[in-house]
Design a protein around this ligand. Structure first.
Ligand SMILES: O=C(O)c1ccccc1N[C@@H]1O[C@H](COP(=O)(O)O)[C@@H](O)[C@H]1O
Length: 208
């Protein structure tokens, strides 16, 4: 198996084209207003329409109102919902869409508990813990907290960049890696070269 690549927090049409050309398997659009990477529904609809078949589109939410998730889902061609806040499993399940849950890791045993709590998800995303931010911090965490036994696909995020993603893939062997800040030249402004280097470095880590 080889780790898939999701690039998150795109806000510009040219960055979508560059991410697709780089070989990203999935693109993430942020629907969380405080984020500098947040997109409006109108912009998201345009960006999603640019994405070709077999590259999936994920919508990222943080503690959203259910009506807002429904409104976005009706208007934007999303393949997957990503919940990055304190949402319960029951909340995430209500939309008749495939979903993944992100957790912010800071202690032993937390990931094992989340596998159980979110067992109906399509994957568990593990990100760095931060006292004030829900994600997109550019910080990593101690990968040795990640268990070998994984009842769900594990998506590794948090501070990944072209220079460390191969080591991350070697050590963790995640189903997928997810990057935002590590391929940017400014918040929400992606760099085509960094995205290409990130995908190439992930692929260079090989398969197992
Ligand atoms: O990108 C954001 O602004 C964001 C805001 C709130 C929650 C999550 C967010 N992004 C996700 O965070 C991880 C790690 O990002 P980074 O690579 O460390 O910058 C990733 O899944 C982003 O999609």
């Amino acid at each position: 198996m080889a780790s898939r690549v999701k690039i998150c927090g795109l806000t510009r049409p040219e960055d979508i084209d560059a991410a697709v050309a780089a070989g990203a398997d999935a693109i993430g659009l942020v629907f969380y207003d405080p984020s500098p990477r947040a997109v409006s529904i109108d912009l998201a609809r345009q960006l999603a329409a640019q994405i070709p078949a077999f590259v999936s589109v994920t919508g990222l939410f943080v503690n959203p109102q259910a009506d807002f998730v429904r409104q976005v889902s009706q208007q934007v061609a999303l393949d997957l919902l990503q919940f990055h806040g304190d949402e319960t499993a029951a909340f995430c399940e209500q939309f008749q869409r495939r979903w993944i849950k992100a957790i912010r890791v800071r202690q032993q045993g937390q990931i094992e508990q989340a596998f159980e709590k979110y067992k109906k998800s399509a994957g568990l995303l593990v990100d760095a813990w931060h006292p004030e931010q829900y994600g997109g911090t550019g910080h990593g965490f101690n990968w040795s907290l990640i268990p070998e036994q994984r009842p769900l696909p594990l998506i590794l995020a948090g501070g990944l960049q072209p220079d460390n993603v191969a080591a991350a893939v070697h050590q963790v062997r995640p189903w997928a890696v997810d990057v935002s800040g590590g391929v940017e030249i400014g918040k929400g402004i992606k760099c085509a070269k960094k995205m290409a280097d990130f995908v190439a470095a992930t692929r260079s880590a090989g398969s197992w």
